[in-house]
Design a binder for this molecule. Sequence first.
Ligand code: NFA
Length: 102
Amino acid sequence: DNGPGRGTAVITRTKTRTKKPSLYRVLILNDDYTPMEFVIHILERFFQKDRESATRIMLHVHNHGVGECGVYTFEVAETKVSQVMDFARQNQHPLQCVMEKK
Ligand code: NFA
């Protein structure tokens, strides 16, 4: 006999709350040498922009010095930055791409 209040299984709450991942903006920076067409290509290829929004973002960077390509979780943002920096370097353009916490 277990008697009162003994031998009773207790399930404690192990997980209810989840954490939203931090988000990071990926930015490109203006320079005097990278061709406009190359920047548009980057935005189409790595950020899935159509030609119209790629052109708008490129011109924003050209006119304001910096612009947002997209917002991603840390690992995705890091990968985008690496892909852009590698591709720019391979093509001998000084284009800079950075990430910042939102
Ligand atoms: N400023 C560059 C040019 O006039 C174009 C550019 C735009 C470069 C956006 C970098 C980022 N060729």
